[in-house]
Design a protein around this ligand. Structure first.
Ligand SMILES: Nc1ncnc2c1ncn2[C@@H]1O[C@H](COP(=O)(O)OP(=O)(O)O)[C@@H](O)[C@H]1O
Ligand SMILES: N[C@@H](CCC(=O)OP(=O)(O)O)C(=O)O
Length: 372
């Protein structure tokens, strides 16, 4: 019996392209219908649901009669624009058979990394969930550019789990769960039923640097579980083709791989930081500052910083690294890179005389700092 699953009140369910499109052959409406029935049953049992659905590119390709995935960005984006229509139509009509409304939400990285947009997306999603509507989320493929793509919907689903403070992220995939080696190359591979998301042993299992483990499909799922864990969510990686998979999970059956968070819910602001993927610069700390942050959970003062790299502005995200380059934290800088350059190595009392004003005595306040 898995009490963390059976007791979860808010689920984010992510369904990947391969599952949704019957391995690329158009949308698998029959499979979608069966998942919808189960999601409706969950909904009736009081579970709040958010669906993250891939499949726009694959569905668009199938509508256009393309058999080979294009590599040109504009063709991919065109396929996604065409396919997204069919995708949401299929979800909408399937949920409508059970008198449930759906809502389409297309997100880009900027929507989740900009504080204002993040808060907006959060309150809209919350409003939809409270109205009993099932949000259907995908990446806004037609407008994103290379640098800001989530790249895969596992990451997007994890950031959505942070956004709505979900208890559970369910990643439906084409394998029964995460195995201790890629099952395609290792027929004896055994499934992992439970693990802590932060267990470093999982890195090797999910691909690591070996390169022998195929598409690395589990790597993005493991990363997603770790991101989701930061806001306290459990993640299940499980076979989407297993019969009545969602019903059985809700009933407490030990299916798939359950990855648990190492600690409880972080403050909402810190969740936002955790999901804030784009950083604008780097601060190189001295050993004393590394210890103050890592062990003392203190703020970062200018005196403990040895070097400033990048061109960040006040309020932007920076990476804090140890003298050997190891990342120790990320956080929002209280000063721009140019200002930081002038005040590093000095006591906070000197800030006014150096800059002519003082915003804050800390370079990064501990409330805006997330340890890595
Ligand atoms: N340790 C592992 N356990 C299970 N599957 C693995 C593992 N390492 C790599 N994989 C591969 O990951 C694939 C799933 O990822 P992916 O193709 O990205 O799916 P999706 O479209 O559902 O996101 C599996 O088909 C499997 O071959
Ligand atoms: N946003 C894209 C999906 C991105 C993607 O590859 O996702 P996935 O199949 O879940 O790894 C689409 O709808 O086609």
């Amino acid at each position: 019996m898995r009490s963390k699953v059976t007791g979860a009140q808010r689920w984010v369910v992510k369904i990947g392209s391969a599952l949704l499109t019957a391995d690329g052959k158009g949308l698998d409406r029959a499979a979608m219908g069966v998942w919808v029935e189960q999601m409706v049953a969950l909904h009736e049992a009081g579970v709040e649901l958010v669906l993250v659905s891939s499949g726009a590119v694959a569905a668009g390709m199938s509508r256009l009669g393309w058999t080979v995935r294009p590599s040109a960005m504009h063709e991919l984006q065109a396929a996604a624009a065409i396919g997204q229509m069919g995708l949401v139509q299929a979800w909408e009509s399937s949920f409508a058979e059970h008198s449930r409304h759906t809502a389409q939400i297309l997100l880009t990285h900027d929507d989740l990394s900009d504080r204002k947009r993040y808060l907006n997306a959060r309150s809209t999603l919350r409003a939809l969930v409270e109205l009993g509507v099932i949000p259907v989320i995908n990446e806004n493929d037609t407008v994103v550019t290379d640098e800001i793509r989530f790249g895969d919907n596992d990451t997007l689903a994890a950031l959505v789990a942070n956004l709505v403070e979900a208890d559970l992220l369910v990643i439906l995939t084409d394998r029964d769960g995460m195995f201790d080696a890629d099952p395609r190359n290792n027929p004896d591979a055994k499934m992992i039923y439970e693990a802590r998301a932060d267990d470093p042993a999982l890195d090797a299992v999910a691909g690591g640097t070996g390169g022998a483990l195929g598409r690395g499909g589990m790597q993005t799922k493991l990363r997603a579980a770790r991101l989701a864990a930061r806001s306290g969510a459990h993640t299940i990686i499980v076979g989407g083709r297993l019969e009545r998979v969602l019903d059985r999970l809700k009933a407490g059956e030990r299916l798939g791989t359950l990855l648990s968070p190492e600690r409880g819910l972080l403050a909402a602001r810190k969740q936002w930081l955790a999901g804030h993927l784009q950083t604008r610069g780097t601060l190189v700390l001295d050993e004393g500052a590394v210890a103050a942050l890592s062990q003392g959970h203190k703020s970062l003062l200018p005196v403990g910083v040895k070097a400033v790299q990048g061109g960040f502005r006040r309020g932007e995200m920076v990476v804090c690294v140890a003298p050997d380059g190891r990342e120790v934290a990320r956080g929002l800088a209280n000063y721009s890179a140019a200002e930081a350059q002038k005040i590093i190595g000095q006591s906070s009392d000197a800030i006014v005389s150096v800059l002519g004003y003082m915003a804050e005595p800390e370079l990064v306040h501990r409330d805006n700092l997330i340890l890595v």
